[in-house]
Design a protein. Structure first.
Length: 428
């Protein structure tokens, strides 16, 4: 008798069907009279009985053939899958650079250094963010022409971009990609905006990395930034009292979502009028999450970046990330909406003056209407004006514990708005 082949059980199971087919087709029919001789004198009572005898040698050969065929098929399948995975990986790596190698072969080498930057972004590795080709954005903005500028900020410029006849977006172009701090801010913003979804938080549609230039693609924000509306050529003439209150409520709603409804809570850390974007209906949305961080309950040593003049002095001194620091920044924006003044007047001189220094004058109700932005003088209910001024004063208190929670601020401002502009407690 031949020894049976030693093979794994799963292989035998996989090839059982093939073996059964081979065996059934090669078995031999042998009369029983040939297989067994009865004693002399015994007679068979009927026709000869035929039985099937399977030769063990043939069975082992068929098993071996089935194993070889199955193993070959399995190897081919695995190799094909590996090839497809490698091809997809190579394709995605090329697309992250924002370059089409077939049309720009000379640009591939210069963009190799951007690949590690893109791969650091957590949301990119998960495949949740579209990556735009830089050449597409360049064409959509007419090579980032001045005529398409929506507003300018400290770390970039916003452009109007027309991807096609029916699709317009806002592109934030950031130069100086070789700077470590700028790279970190870019990565941080892309990661946060991929996670946060709210009606008063800017929606990110994608991004692009090309040489030393970084671009983030936002939803279309036709009216640019709040800063450009207040302090640009129009000098706030397009912002009525009710629109200003609507913008304040929108910002408060966005902050409340970050502080109360994100898990863990998020602190923006760089809230200012240039980071508040306005769509065609003057709906306000918070942007620029380059410095955003998780709310800390304990003090940690942090590098202070961003616009320090728009932040609470307590944060500048101890570096603690707290939601009350965002409340302070909101109070500064509220003062800008009321007074029509920049957060710092004449920043290039030694005599610069912060808008917070006007706080004592807000307590004089008799004189308050006279120091308002000329564009809104006499256009509001005085009771509403006094309430907004009181909220602004509380938000910029030097002592953090005296500042209200953003939820309390929101509940104080919402009743001042008509229903058609959002004067109701909507469910987030």
């Amino acid at each position: 008798m031949l020894r049976s082949s030693s093979v794994p059980i799963w292989v035998l199971g996989f090839s059982f069907f093939s073996v059964a087919v081979f065996v059934s087709s090669t078995s031999q029919e042998i009369p029983i009279s040939q297989a067994y001789s009865p004693p002399v004198g015994a007679q068979s009572p009927g026709p000869p009985i035929v039985i099937k005898v399977v030769l063990r040698q043939d069975l082992n050969k068929k098993i071996l053939i089935a194993l070889i065929a199955s193993s070959t098929l399995l190897c081919v399948t695995v190799m094909l899958l590996l090839y497809l995975l490698l091809w997809r990986y190579s394709y995605m790596k090329n697309s992250f650079t924002g370059i089409n190698p077939n049309h720009h072969p000379d640009s591939v080498r210069s963009s190799v250094s951007t690949k590690p930057i893109v791969n650091k972004i957590d949301s990119v590795t998960k495949g949740t963010i579209p990556v735009y080709e830089y050449q597409l954005l360049e064409s959509a903005t007419n090579k980032f022409s001045e005529s398409n500028v929506l507003s300018r900020g400290g770390r970039g410029c916003l452009y109007r971009a027309c991807l096609d006849e029916k699709s317009s977006v806002t592109v934030k172009k950031i130069d100086g990609g070789g700077d470590t701090d700028i790279e970190k801010q870019f990565e941080n913003e892309v990661d946060w905006l991929a996670k946060i979804k709210h009606q008063n938080i800017i929606s990110m549609l994608g991004f692009s990395v090309y040489r030393q230039t970084r671009c983030i693609v936002y939803e279309m924000m036709q009216n640019g930034s709040l800063e450009s509306q207040l302090h640009g050529p129009s000098q706030g003439s397009g912002l009525t009292w009710q629109l200003r209150m609507k913008i304040a409520v929108d910002i408060a709603r966005g902050l409340e979502y970050l502080h109360e409804h994100c898990h863990p809570p998020v602190v923006h850390r760089d809230l200012k009028s240039s980071n508040i974007l306005l769509d065609s209906h003057f709906n306000a949305k918070i942007s620029d999450f380059g410095y955003a961080a998780v709310l800390m309950t304990q003090r940690k040593n942090l590098k202070l970046n961003g616009t320090l003049g728009n932040r609470a002095s307590q944060y500048i001194f101890d570096g603690k990330i707290a939601d009350k620091n965002d409340v302070y920044s909101f109070g500064v924006i509220l003062l800008e909406l009321l007074l029509g003044k920049r957060w710092v007047e004449k920043p290039s001189t030694t005599e610069s003056e912060s808008v917070v220094t006007w706080v004592p004058k807000l307590s004089d109700r008799a004189n308050l209407p006279n120091i308002l932005d000329p564009a809104i003088k006499g256009s509001m209910d005085l009771k509403h004006l006094y309430q907004v001024a009181a909220v602004a004063v509380l938000c910029v208190q030097p002592e953090p514990s005296y500042r209200p929670l953003i939820t309390d601020v929101l509940h104080s401002l919402i009743p001042l708005l008509p229903l058609e502009l959002g004067g109701s407690l909507r469910i987030l």
